[in-house]
Ligand binder design. Structure first.
Ligand code: 5GP
Length: 110
């Protein structure tokens, strides 16, 4: 069951701040508090969804497409399409998923 008090839920509700890059009514992108690369952005849907598996099975094709299109726009915003990047999503305990709200890490630079 989705934990409404996870840290990203609090960020969405603006109960705690974030270093925001892009936000609309469906998605939020912000800098990771503990960056593992020069550019380390986290992208989240503004919905109660724990994991990639839940997102891909429980959400509409248009919601899924919208989220990944926004990821593509953020990649271009930082010109990572020119230099290269990694997209990572961790799911479950073997992946050490820390925050139980589905998120994609966008990592670029060195
Ligand atoms: P996970 O292991 O769940 O895929 O990664 C969670 C990520 O969230 C980590 O990279 C961690 O640094 C980041 N993070 C945890 N708490 C906060 C926070 O309060 N603010 C921001 N901006 N990032 C956070």
């Amino acid at each position: 069951m989705y934990d409404q008090n996870n840290i990203f839920a609090k960020i969405i509700r603006k109960e705690i701040p974030c270093d925001k890059i892009f936000e609309d009514d469906k998605v939020l992108f912000f800098n990771d508090i503990n960056p593992k690369a020069n550019i380390h952005v986290l992208g989240i849907p503004k919905a109660e969804v724990i994991s990639f598996s839940d997102f891909i099975t429980m959400f509409s094709e248009s919601d899924i497409k919208y989220f990944f299109q926004k990821i593509s726009e953020i990649i271009k915003k930082f010109k990572l399409d020119k230099t290269g990047y990694r997209l990572i999503t961790n799911e479950g305990k073997d992946a050490n998923q820390e925050v139980p709200h589905f998120h994609v890490h966008i990592l670029g630079g060195n």
